[in-house]
Design a binder for this molecule. Sequence first.
Ligand code: DC
Length: 230
Amino acid sequence: MNFIVTIDGPSSSGKSTLAKKLAKKLSFAHIDSGSIYRAVTLYALQNNLLLNGKFLINKLISSLSTSHISLKENKNGIFKMHINDLDVEDKIRGSKVSNHVSEIAKFQKIREFVLKIQRDISKDKSIVMDGRDIGSFVFPNADVKFYIDSSIETRSMRRYHQLKQSEKKLSIDDVRYDLLSRDQIDKTRKNSPLIIPKNSLFINNDDRSIGDVLNQMLDHTKSIINKKMH
Ligand code: DC
C-alpha cells in the first residue's frame, strides 16, 4: 500500500527540512517540488530566455519538451534535480534562481509540466512531497496533509544564515524583501496559489525545535496510516 504525505507552506518555513526528516523516519521518498520549479528557472537562465527582465515564456514552454529536466534517485535513495544528466542541486539554490522562480511558477503551462513530473514520480511509491499547492491541488486526496508556517523574522534569519556562506554581500533586508515578494506572488497568483489545504494540520514552528515538530508530524502521520492499514 502506498501513501502520500503533503507539506505546504511559504519559503523558508522549514518545510523541506521537515519533509526530508519525516520521509527518512517513514522510509518514504522525499520530493521537494520547489526544486523542479527552480530547475526550470535555471534552464531558462542558462538558455538566455530572460531578456530585459522578462522571460521569453513561449520559447521556454516550447523547449521544455526537449529540455531533459528530471528527478533522479541517487545511490542513497535521495531524489536530485538533473538537467541533461547533470546534478544541478547546488546551482538551483542560489539567489539568482530564487529571485526569478516565483515569476516562472505563475505560468499554467509551466505548472502542467511540473505536475506531470510530480504525479509520475509518486505512481509506484510512498512519498512525502513539499511545496505550495501539493495538498490543495497536486494531491487533493493525499493521506496526510500539513501546512507549516513561521513569522517573516524567523524565516528571514533562517534563509540569511543558509545563504551568507556563499553570498557575502547579502544583507538580512535583501533576504526579507525577497521572501515577502515571493510570498506575495505565491499567495496571489491565479494558478494554484499557496493556501492552507482542507484537512491539513497547521503547525507554526516559530518557537519550537525541529525535533519537537518532527515528533508531532510523525505521530500524526502514523496514526492516520495505521488506521488505513487496519
Ligand atoms: O520551496 P522553494 O522556495 O524552493 O520554491 C521555489 C518556488 O517555486 C516558490 O517561490 C514557488 C514555486 N513553487 C510552486 O509554485 N509550487 C510548488 N509546489 C513548489 C514551489
